[in-house]
Design a protein around this ligand. Sequence first.
Ligand code: SF4
Length: 252
Amino acid sequence: MPKITRSPLPKKPAPLQCAEKFRKRAAARPRPTRRATKKAKPWTPAEVREAFSRFRKANPEPKGELEHLNPFTLLVAVVLSAQATDAGVNRATRALFAVADTPQKMLALGEDKVREYIRTIGLYRNKAKNVIALSEKLIAEFGGEVPRTRAELESLPGAGRKTANVVLNMAFGEYTMAVDTHVFRVGNRTGLAPGNTPLEVELGLERVIPAEFMLHAHHWLILHGRYTCLARKPRCDVCLINDLCRWPEKTV
Ligand code: SF4
């Protein structure tokens, strides 16, 4: 079986262009509800900067853990990752992407074969349908390329806001914030961006995190939630930001 390696992704937009676009979008966003914010004292801008400076120092180039070869396989991997672990998705996609790393090849493989490759992943029947349907749509409407806008990405079968955010960030270098279960927990516990829904947390994080950290902020927060701020037993004693965290139940 051919070895999967990460291939270079398309050229990303210039950082300054991204920063300006991000700043305008963040400034235009609504404030979170009073209900979501009343408990924790909001972080000061200096505290937020300090926290992300520490994340950056500890891990200057954080990487996502979903294996992929190009924007198309990244898109498919994210669609498959709904309610599944990255490790579980990777185990299935290594073989799948070795034979189908483009929409054309995925379509040629067909739904039955895709289903066989991914049968260890939860909801695999529906996900196989979506992978074929999104491949068809990419070929029919986007010239076989992964589109670069949120609306177009969200129009693909099986792709929602989180998928669009991950693809825009990882494949195209946009300053987006995908909120999964880890980011949702960290945003709320720390008091960085309290919210009752993933969207509230996403918009809250985009508003408080300075643009210079936004390219990697999504990965820093996911990794922080996955390995340090664990759901059941957060490792507050080794947490980089334990002095800044607002969670009343932190153990330090
Ligand atoms: S101090 Fe504890 S609860 Fe707060 S972010 Fe760190 S690990 Fe999570």
